[in-house]
Design a protein around this ligand. Structure first.
Ligand SMILES: Nc1ncnc2c1ncn2[C@@H]1O[C@H](COP(=O)(O)OP(=O)(O)OP(=O)(O)O)[C@@H](O)[C@H]1O
Length: 800
């Protein structure tokens, strides 16, 4: 046991007995100055401080109080001052001087507990220690900005002794009492610094992460708060201006939630809607994107995602609807009904519709204007109990019209297909694609290929509109296409469709259609009744024959409308009802007849022949004129906007006539002169091979000087050897011939089967010559020869 009152000899490892003060919760390291409350621990603190007064340097040992054992080390501390805290509780200020090992308890004066203490040896300052001190310093300095570190920095900026530097850890708020105790109990400087550096580095890294997170959170909060404030202000300004709800996002949220909750709502669409509403709620009103999002939401919300109508499966009832809406067209109605029956059956068996002709996928109604294609489409919808929409494709040049513009375009819209479905209000409407022959392919993307995707049952259950960016199921849509000229439909598109042709009506048909459908409808439009206006069949026939010359009934319907407007005016002016619309009175009501049979007049000159052609407007008569040109002109001049094929026909015809002059009874010298072939009307482009025999006849007529008979018309391709080859559109051509007042026609023998489609009424009115050699045409079509001299004179006249 050592002398408790003597101070340690310098340089000696000293052992002294000192009163001890165990402090709970705090760990004091050498170098620290701390106040201690004296009432602490039921007077034990006061006893220890009092006892310290009895030692040489007013010293005592301060050590942490542990739960499970005695601490092995403490610090020797000097009592600097005894007084009161500002709270007036008694306290002492202790300065911790050095580390000391705690030995066993010893008896001592006063109430205090005394122990034997051994001063820790002077630590060795190794190279490693210096490095560690450097690390520690730099870590602490890096931490300068951090509040937790300031006390430490404060303490050690003046220090040079590594041991003292290491013990500044006592101030570090980031070290737990546990760790500080460990530092206290590690007298070995190197080991102590190692631990300290490791823990400081750990803290440093953690602090960095938490700083970063803190900064991000702060920034985010500032931004949201700012936006919130701005929006509140904006709402207030709007309210002042009386502009109402500035931001309908709540409204959208509710609408979306209500909609996606409906049965069978497609999940991907629901997701997309929710995503967009989220976006809307996050974005501010000034953002241009906000209005795009709104428009998009409006579009998607208005689509009939889950709505569909139930098809009428009663085929007889469907037929009855078609019959009620349209006169005649028996074969067309048969085909439509068959198509519907197959569709219904496939649907019942759960079979998919497949593309290709006759597959039942898409109907194509082809024919001239006004024959009822559009109204048949409407009828089909009515027969099935489906909604009906018409999509006009005429003049569509841009793929985006079909498939929509991407949303990033200014004023972007969904394509026509999506708009049609929206307009229909159900997912299984009848969509009439009007005038598919008028779509074009150009540099802006291929309209036809977009349509292919729409019509192809293999693809159209996931049709993707650029604007919606969602899959739309079109597989239940019944597409019906219409076209005037089948040849102008892009091949791949035509391949997917089931073609039904409507060739036009006979005069009898027109009279019946007018009487049963057009007259009642137009009377109603003019607010007239059948008691007020009486229309005779003769008047209708006269209108169909001489006031109009068309395959369909569009013009006829217009003239009826005109007649009824006049009739209404007359009634208003006091005429007595009923006003009679008869053949004689037509001139007053609709003006003069515009079409009178003119073939006789046109063909009275040698070199002019009546041909038959099919145009976009249906069948028509067309005249081929041949004339001789003066010497020195090109051998063959062709005018009338003829296409390549038609020009070749003219050359073939000329070659044939020249080389068979003798057989045809022609003076070949006339044809040695240059020849001009013209096909009026000059403004309309024409093409095709079917005017071949007409050209031969014209040239033969020119060369013989014998005019072509005015009651004759013809159609047929010709070969260089004079064979007559088959042509298309026979029914339309014969209808046109009858309309034009022709009574005899020459047609290719190989077209005979097509005569089955021609209405009996037309065949009754026409004498049809089936020919396979053009010489028979020439023989039958030219007026009989007069005497030799007369012929020459006529020929010369025509040539001049
Ligand atoms: N067989 C018919 N029975 C009754 N009405 C008919 C018949 N054919 C045509 N119509 C009537 O003639 C009018 C013209 O028909 P529609 O507009 O359907 O012709 P379209 O062939 O579609 O012509 P476009 O090719 O110009 O579209 C309609 O009012 C239609 O009801």
């Amino acid at each position: 046991m050592s002398d408790p009152t003597s101070a340690p000899e310098p340089g000696q490892p000293t052992t002294r007995d000192l009163p001890v003060l165990f402090l709970p919760d705090v760990v004091i390291l050498p170098g620290m100055v701390v106040p201690v409350e004296l009432d602490l621990d039921e007077g034990a603190a006061r006893a220890a401080v009092d006892a310290a007064r009895t030692t040489t340097d007013d010293e005592l040992l301060v050590a942490p109080r542990l739960d499970d054992r005695y601490a092995t080390y403490g610090v020797v501390a000097r009592v600097e001052q005894v007084g009161r805290f500002s709270s007036s509780r008694p306290a002492a200020v202790l300065r911790a001087v050095r580390r000391a090992r705690i030995g066993s308890g010893v008896p001592g004066p006063g109430a205090a507990l005394w122990v034997e203490t051994t001063q820790a040896p002077e630590p060795e300052v190794t190279e490693r220690v210096r490095e560690l001190v450097k690390d520690y310093r730099s870590l602490v300095i890096a931490d300068l900005q951090r509040r937790e570190a300031w006390q430490v920095v404060d303490q050690f900026s003046a220090l040079t002794d590594p041991d003292a530097i290491a013990d500044t850890a006592g101030w570090a708020a980031y070290l737990s009492a546990e760790r500080k105790r460990e530092l206290l109990e590690t007298p070995d400087l190197e080991a102590r610094l190692e631990r300290l550096v490791e823990w400081t580095r750990e803290h440093h890294a953690e602090a960095e992460v938490s700083d970063r997170i803190g900064a991000e959170v702060r920034e985010g909060m500032e931004k949201t708060q700012r936006e919130y404030l701005l929006r509140q202000q904006l709402a207030a300004i709007r309210k002042e201006l009386g502009e109402g709800q500035p931001d309908g996002s709540d409204d959208y949220r509710a609408r979306v939630e209500a909609l996606v909750a409906t049965d069978g709502f497609p999940a991907p669409v629901a997701e997309a809607l929710e995503r967009e509403v989220d976006k809307l709620e996050r974005s501010s009103d000034q953002n241009p994107e906000t209005s795009w999002i709104r428009t998009w939401l409006d579009t998607v919300l208005e689509l009939p995602w889950t709505k569909r109508t139930v098809d009428t499966t009663d085929i007889a009832a469907a037929r009855a609807v078609l019959d009620a809406d349209h006169h005649g067209l028996e074969d067309v109605k048969d085909r439509i009904v068959e198509h519907l029956a197959v569709r219904a059956r496939r649907a019942e068996r759960g079979l998919e519709l497949v593309g290709g002709r006759g597959s039942g996928a898409v109907l194509l109604l082809a024919g001239p204007p006004g024959v009822g294609k559009t109204s048949l489409g409407e009828s089909v919808a009515r027969a099935l109990g489906r909604d009906f929409v018409r999509v006009a494709l005429g003049g569509v040049r841009d793929e985006a019209e079909i498939r929509g513009h991407r949303r990033t375009y200014v004023g972007a819209l969904p394509g026509r297909i999506v708009r049609a479905v929206k307009e229909a209000g159900s997912m299984n409407p009848v969509v009439l694609l009007d005038e598919v022959d008028k779509v074009g392919a150009d540099q802006r993307g291929d309209v036809a290929s977009a349509l292919l995707e729409v019509l192809d049952p293999a693809q159209n259950h996931t049709f993707r509109d650029h604007y919606l960016e969602l899959d739309l199921d079109l597989s239940d849509v019944l597409f019906i296409a219409t076209a005037n000229v089948v040849e102008q439909i892009p091949g791949p598109l035509l391949d997917r469709m089931e073609l039904i042709t409507l060739d036009g009506y006979t005069e009898d048909d027109k009279v019946a259609i007018a009487r049963d459908y057009l007259v009642p409808r137009q009377l109603e439009r003019a607010a007239l009744t059948s008691d007020e206006v009486e229309v005779t069949d003769d008047a209708l026939r006269e209108l169909a024959a001489n006031h109009t010359r068309e395959a369909g009934v569009r013009q006829l319907e217009r003239l009826l409308a005109k007649a009824f407007r006049r009739a209404a005016t007359r009634l208003a002016e006091g005429a007595t009802a009923p006003v009679r619309v008869d053949a004689d009175g037509l001139r007053d009501l609709v003006g003069r007849a515009r079409f009178t049979p003119d073939a006789h007049e046109r063909t009275s000159v040698p070199g002019v022949t009546t041909g038959l052609a099919v145009t976009g407007l249906g069948g028509d008569v067309l005249y081929v004129e041949a004339g001789a040109l003066p010497e020195g002109s090109p051998a063959l001049s062709l005018t009338g906007q003829l296409g390549e094929v038609m020009k070749e026909s003219a050359q073939i015809a000329l070659t044939f006539v020249r080389s068979h002059a003798a057989e045809l009874g022609i003076d070949v010298s006339v044809l040695d002169h240059p020849v001009h072939v013209h096909v009026p009307a000059g403004a309309i482009p024409k093409d095709g091979p079917s005017a071949g025999i007409t050209m031969v006849t014209s040239l033969a007529s020119l060369a013989t000087g014998r005019p072509v008979r005015g009651d004759v018309a013809m159609t047929g391709e010709v070969s260089l050897t004079g064979k007559v080859m088959p042509i298309g559109g026979l029914k339309q051509k014969l209808l046109a011939a009858q309309r034009a007042g022709i009574t005899e026609v020459f047609v290719p023998a190989r077209n005979e089967p097509d005569l089955d489609d021609v209405p009996a009424e037309v065949l009754d009115a026409l004498t049809v010559h089936l020919v396979s050699d053009v010489r028979d045409v020439v023989a039958g079509a030219l007026e009989p020869a007069e005497d030799e001299s007369g012929v020459r004179d006529d020929g010369a006249a025509a040539a001049a």
